[in-house]
Design a protein around this ligand. Sequence first.
Ligand code: FUB
Length: 462
Amino acid sequence: MQTSHRRRTAVLAVAFAFAAAALSPAAEPSPSPAQADNPIIQTIYTADPAPLVHNGRVYLYTGHDEDGSTWFTMREWRVWSSEDMVNWTDHGSPLNIDTFSWARQDAWAGQAVERNGKFYWYVPVVNDATGRMAIGVAVADNPTGPFRDALGRPLVENGEIDPSVFIDTDGQAYLYWGNPNLWYVKLNADMTSYSGGVNRIPLTTQGFGVRPGGTDRPTLYEEGPWVYKRGSLYYMVFAAQCCSEHIAYSTAPGPTGPWTYRGTVMPTQGSSFTNHPGVIDYKGSSYFFYHNGALPGGGGFTRSVAVERFTYNADGTIPIINMTTAGPPQVGTLNPFTRQEAETIAWANGVETERSSEGGMNVGWIENGDWIKVEGAAFGSGARTFTARVASATAGGRIEVRLDGPNGPLVGTCTVPGTGGWQVWTNVSCPVSGATGTRDLHLKFTGGGGYLFNVNSWQFTA
Ligand code: FUB
């Protein structure tokens, strides 16, 4: 797997060589040290967030902007999860263009939902037979997949994009989508068929605001609908007024309208000319997900998903939400005395992730000085040892266990040996002294030149 990175780097080099000189493709993300938590993911570019709360955990479904993209070059979707809104676990890519035998390209903005123990992920892709955008539906038995094509054909196709799925309190499910129009179907209980035909939502200025500039689109509605219900009020949050987009919203007394325009949610910010909303409630707070171009090399085609906490106004309206680098506060703490996946990360500096031979993902492409931050580890009265599951096809290196920052207090150092392969795993342990209270854990990787080792998981003992 390590070689795939080198291959990817080589592909990038070829792409660079062929790129027109006027175009300057973005480099792969390699964020400089920061204590921010936004964007959520630093190891790849992500776009089009679709959060889902399930069994006390937030699952975040995203697209993946390829490194160096100069268009919406997207071949796969990705899944992440968190139970504290700051440390996010990488679940890799359980769905890609090839999952749909009939699809050609464009793994663009989708949304997943759970019904009767199955997870349905609605996504737009180009139908190879027609060359038009169509909506496919994939199904899985758990939120991280693997997902399979539920139908073997599009669920619906009219050349438009960005499906948003919503199950009403009476059990009726709806699928909304559209750019430049806005559509919905009433999904049947199987979630893979619909009744009542394809319905067009009238884009009136009363419903979706007035677009300045007298374009052929009279309303602010552009794309990316996100529909949900709060109390008895239905919300449609959407990307507005291309380009650059901002986020706006409308409300209605029912799932099919009539919609009333309510105003801006997030102004145009963040060096990406698109934006894309996702809204959830989780553990007593409300969260707004979006994307921007905030990572190094970021921009309109190399985007990154971020999140903010917000509070509804007393009358149910949504306040203006601005992009921040801090993101929301941690909900609770992380338990360092249970096995933690190495790919559970608040901030990654220099590393990437890949599929692990032991299941899930591992952290890889570790070079001297790289580090990962795990926020709010609750050490209590103290940790005595640190154990990590590691592999190395080279000579290994060291894991420096530090607190508060990548150069913060050093409380332990584990030596990682060569193990004979990047997926040949062994445990290394070392004594720890001074890790008490709730602290931001930093695992800093040191050693010689080149790639040092991989880390699959870690755990402290009390
Ligand atoms: O990511 C590709 C497209 O860009 C999405 O489908 C739109 O919502 C916009 O974010």
